[in-house]
Design a protein around this ligand. Sequence first.
Ligand code: SIN
Length: 302
Amino acid sequence: MPDLKINIAGVEWNNPVTTASGTFGFGEEYGQYFDLSALGAVCVKALSAVPRLGNPSPRIAETPMGVLNSVGLQNPGVEYFKENYLAKLKTYDTKIIANLCGSSIDDYVKAAEMLGDCVDMLELNISCPNVKVGGMAFGTDPRSTEEITTAVKKVAKVPLIVKLSPNVTDVCEIAKAAEAGGADALSLINTLLGMRIDIHTRKPVLKNNTGGLSGPAVKPVAVRMVSQVYHAVKLPLIGMGGISNGEDAIEFMLAGATAVAVGTAGFVNPYAWVDTVRGIEKYLVENKIENVADIVGKAELY
Ligand code: SIN
């Protein structure tokens, strides 16, 4: 059988598949469907130093090829996570990634300090499009990106992934800023800012007016950005955006992703994560490739 192990910023995963933060809660729901040890890593919902209520409802809307969400980083806070979810997650043979959010640099630093080394990796969420302060505001400006990355890296006890927004003119500029700030890896893409309007009420479908689009519709945008960033920085990448199966995952890996995250697909198929692992393995067997790491960045660009 092919070797599915990957190494990302010094952390070895059993296979390249993880969960896209915010689509998987803290593992308790999908853990009822399959053994989470089947995944290379589990990335939990964004965590802040103090609990957040998120945005008012409605905050989810379907679209023809995806989902618009305006959740607003609702979460129970780092302390609650540590007391109520972490022990169970640690029973699985998988790596744990905590996605970090906040409204100020100090908030992010505090959350990183509170987490310490009780998870395997941190993912800096500077790309959520659904909050007025923090989130995407940091990740759409190179100076802010570098500043917050430097601040969190200073206190981080485990490798730091910076999650990039697609809502920028030049994603490579932001990727380079994160690299300059000391990021150990990058993940991309977060959701694309979108909007739906109810033609009968003439009001936006989401109470927040706008939301972030995920799902198959965003996949070509995500593959393009992964390919661009792969050629612009030296950091390992976690690719995501519309991945539903092994073939989608292989496309991202050929573009330059060392690992991939599945998210929205899990809402229609709770086994999408394990199907993706199996699909990657099938592709490697069929193409007589012994090591999954050998396909990373192997797309032959014109
Ligand atoms: C949200 O909670 O609004 C979504 C999370 C994100 O976009 O990072």
